[in-house]
Structures are given as structure tokens and as C-alpha cells.
Design a binder for this molecule. Sequence first.
Ligand code: 3PG
Ligand code: CO
Length: 560
Amino acid sequence: AGWKLADHPRLGKGKVVGVVVLDGWGEAPPDPFNCIHVADTPTLDALKKGSPERWRLIKAHGTAVGLPTDDDMGNSEVGHNALGAGQIYAQGAKLVDMALASGKIYEGEGFKYIQKSFETGTLHLIGLLSDGGVHSRIDQLQQLLLKGASEHGAKRIRVHILTDGRDVLDGSSVTFLETLENDLAKLQEMGVDARIASGGGRMYVTMDRYENDWQVVKRGWDAQVLGEAPHKFQNALEAVKKLREGPKANDQYLPPFVIVDESGKPVGPILDGDAVVTFNFRADRMVMLAKALECENFDKFDRVRFPKIRYAGMLQYDGELKLPSHYLVAPPEIERTSGEYLANNGIHTYACSETVKFGHVTFFWNGNRSGYFNPNLEKYEEIPSDTGIPFNIQPKMKAREVAEKARDAILSNKFDQVRVNIANGDMVGHTGDLEATIIGCKAADEAVKIILDAVEQVGGIFVVTADHGNAEDMVKRDKSGKPIRDRNGNVQPLTSHTLNPVPIAIGGPGLASGARFREDLQDAGLANVAATVMNLHGFEAPNHYEPTLIEVSAAPYLKS
Ligand code: 3PG
Ligand code: CO
């Protein structure tokens, strides 16, 4: 099919459309643990109070964004995929589940490739150890890689764990580790030499993203490949328990450790002839390690030793770079995204965020493609994030800088769409620090104001929405929704995303007075936003897109 979009019968072209994605900004009842509610957010409050025809909630979790079940919380990858693609695709988590259920995973090229090393080499499994379902799932590790690989000939297995505490509660690493140790013990009884070889906290070891800080990947490399780390233990459970006692230590930021034998020798460095699988299905925080494991020419840090291995990713993490070249499950083929359509219809787009979310409004938005569809029409700008400081120490992050870039782009008259991600609700929310999150939410609201003021100035249109919830619920609750308190009355902060819906607001002087949200799409989700944005640019959306959220009557709608 062609790329030409039909003209919208009622909405004209040529208005600047400002698209703001508030990261980690869901809707929940007022509550002391709802940081968005507690924070001073006059801009977002005004949108909500403004008019029910131009503010509503949409789904941002579960099957609405292509996740396996409605118990799966939303996340930025699937959220931005849905926002940008306008269609719902089965996402990585689900594709792996399906390949496992059918057994096809063992027939695939990727598995056959690593299998060639099983006879003489070790199989190394590197990834995030939790049931968060955002980057990985422990049951997939258990089923596919421990049980499945040993049944398919792996005789020596080494697991390199990354503790979570971000998509799951802090401290839960211990339970996941016990589960894993139990599985490994069973394998040992069956004659498979299976052990944990190294570990570290996901935010400090290996799982950096968008090349924010290569030292994170290097720390992992040293432990996983070279078998070197500042902390050495004979037992992983002991390692995690001990390291968690350290000052400010938590699952996300555990220092790297290696497991050694009685003589102090690491039990599982990665050597020539070994096989390696990175078992995260999500790309953003694994692709840097994939580069280090696969690229001959690599200058991001000194690898010291570059072992000749057979390496496969759970998925292919970068479709353009074809990285890694071997993978166990083919990634979702997200096609015909709104970015590509709009570029093919002459729309000039500017996209901006700070480093830690930059790929969200570019790579994820465009269906996991890096680069421009048409460099003459698009400009993507990255504001460097602070590195080395947790975001609860700098909760304002680069919100103002991103907003000022967006403002300048809007006022420049060079762009039809100006798209940003404001990261605070999510990145500060993940620290579990309520006070800091409240400051972050205020900063995000101020950033939105800067952008809406610019839209106002040029007679444009705005769309303000979010990718999933986070900051609106910051406490672990029981089934009835009450915060769980321990004996001393303390609550446990919720560092993860949530199942909550997110707001979407439209407006601005350029929006036709008869445009409003339709009432027939109560179950709409993030994937309905792309068609909506296309309408606001004056186009009809393609038929295979999820339907637009808006309708336009010839007369101005009446305020209810
Ligand atoms: C992360 O990678 O930071 C979290 O696991 C998920 O957060 P995101 O989906 O908002 O990026
Ligand atoms: Co997040």
C-alpha cells in the first residue's frame, strides 16, 4: 500500500502540534502516596479540570499495549511503541512466551547456533533476575535456558545475575536468587554443572541505556567476562545479603561481585569456545552489552580480553545494526509507524528528550528504529542526562532544558510536530523517594507549561499524555488498596510502574472548536493516540490503525 494519507474532512493542515509524553505519569485517586496529587501541578490540574471533552484516561498496561496479560504493568518500551505505531503488536515478553509454548525456540537458528558450543564450552546466561516482565522474566530463564538448554545438551551453565528492585520491590532479589539456586541445585543433581558466576545491581552493572555511561557496562564486563570484581564470594545468596548491608545499598545499585571457588578462582569467566545468551527481551538496556560482546572494533572501554564466543540475544535488540546477529526469538516487526507516515506526507518533526529517555521518543516511537525516516524533515535532539548521581538527588532532571528546546522548536516555525518526553515522574519515581518524586513532578508540570505557552503563542495544538503510571502510586499496597505497614508502621516504597491508566489532554488555539474526545471508545489505550495525532495534522489515519480518539463536529461543542 502507498503512504499517502487522505485529508481529514474537517481538520486543516499547517498547525504546529506539540506532543508531550510525561513518563511514568498515571492517574490514581488522591492519596499521600500519590506524588502527582501531592505535588504542585497547576498546569496538569487545569487540563484535567478544563473540559471533559478534551481530557480523558486511556489504558497503558497489559494487552492494550501488547503485553501477555492485564496483570502486566505498562512500560516505556511498549508504551512508546503503541503511541508511535498506532497499532497493537505482541511484544517481546509475549513472543518469547509463544516460542516457548510451541517449542519453536529450540528449532530456531539462534538456539541451534549456541548449541554448537554445548559439547565443549560453557553456556553463560546474563540478564535481569526478577518477574518484573519489563526487561525479562525469571520463569523464562527457568524454562528456556535452564531446563530447556540442559535438555538440549548444555552440560555446564553459568548464570550472571543482575538484581532488580526497580520493576519489583527492593529486597526481592533475595527471593529470586533462592528460586534460582534451587533450580541450579536440581540441575546439579541431574549431572549438569550449573552455578551462578557473577552479579550486580542493574543500574550500576550492565544495564545502562542510550550510551549514558559506558562504565556501567564495563563493570559488568569485568565481572562476567574477566571474572574480576571488587567483591568476591563463594555463594551468591551470601553475596547479595552481605552487599545489601552496605551504605545506601539496594537491589538496583548493588556493586559487582564474582563467585570464586575455595582457591579464590572465579567459577565462570567467559572463555573462548563458550556460548552466551543475554536473556532480556527488551532492547534498550541490553544493546550496549550486545555491542561489547559482538563487535570486533569496539572502543567504548578496554575489554582487555575479547573471547571468541557464540552469542545470541533473547531477541535481536537493534534491527538496523542487526545486533546481535544471532537471537532466539524474532522481535516484533513494528511497521508503518506514524513517524514514517508523517515523514512520507511532508510533516516536519522535531523530537527531544534527555539521554535516559532519548530513545523513547525516537527509537521506540518509530517502532524500534534508530535514525531518521527523512533527514530533511526531521531533527532529533538529545540533552545529556546527569550521570553518576541518582535522580532523587537531582529530581528536576533536565525537564526545563528539554522544554526550552521544544519551545524554541515550536517558535522556530520550522516544524509541524514537536515531540518530547519529560522523564521525572518515571526516573525519580523509580528511586522510591517520595519527597524527590514530588519535586520531580512539579518540575515536569512546569516544563509542560513552557511548551503549552509556546503552542499558545503560535496558535498551535497540544497533546499531553503519558506512557504508563509510576509516580501516582509510590507504596506497596494490600489487595484492598491499603498501604502495607510493618511492625514499626513503616511502608515499603513502590519503585515500579503501575497498572493505572494515563491522562490524555488536547487543546490549544489551533484546535478546531468542534473537536472533542468521542464517547464510544471507553476502552481506548495508547495505541489510539497515533491516529489522533494524525488527525490533528489534518490527515485521516490509515484504516489498520487503532481508531482516533476524537470526533469533529461542524459546530463548536457545548460545554457540559
Ligand atoms: C527501566 O528500564 O528503567 C525500568 O525497568 C522501566 O522503566 P521504563 O519502561 O520507564 O524505561
Ligand atoms: Co520506568
